[in-house]
Write a protein that binds this ligand. Structure first.
Ligand SMILES: [Zn+2]
Ligand SMILES: [Zn+2]
Ligand SMILES: [Zn+2]
Length: 140
């Protein structure tokens, strides 16, 4: 928690009580947490908090690199994970929405150099692999 607060302050953001409970909800929410799950957790302390506010706080945390957002394309919406593992990518099941972390980055230096061809400077990238997990492949 202290690390988060320091990171927020370092980038000039206030650590409001609402922001604090969003972070707490992510920390206790398990590996992948949906915005809805965060909302349910924060409403125990702030019953008037809206899903919009949760999303705004989550986007901020994603922007400053404390949280990863995984686009699951599922009914539940994107899931969020605490960015402890450093830069990495995910596989996402199109049927059940389950996400898994990959411990490697398949993007190579030379790919980035090619993408920067037109004078564009790349500072970050994100990438998800979509398909069907082992369990869904068996039942499907
Ligand atoms: Zn699945
Ligand atoms: Zn991950
Ligand atoms: Zn990568």
């Amino acid at each position: 928690m202290e690390k988060w607060i320091a990171a927020l302050r370092a980038q000039g953001f206030k650590v409001t009580p609402q922001r604090r409970v969003v972070i707490e909800a992510l920390q206790t929410g398990g590996k992948f947490t949906t915005a809805q799950q965060v909302l349910e957790a924060v409403r125990q302390k702030f019953p008037e908090m809206s899903l919009d506010t949760v999303y705004r706080n989550l986007s901020l945390l994603v922007e400053i690199g404390l949280v990863h957002e995984v686009r699951t394309k599922g009914r539940e919406g994107n899931v969020f994970e605490i960015a402890v593992a450093g830069h990495h990518h995910h596989t996402v099941c199109l049927q059940c929405g389950k996400a898994e972390c990959l411990d490697f980055c398949p993007i190579h230096e030379q790919d980035l150099a090619r993408a920067e061809g037109g004078g564009f400077k790349i500072t970050a990238h994100s990438l998800e692999f979509y398909g069907y997990c082992a369990a869904c492949r068996q039942t499907g």
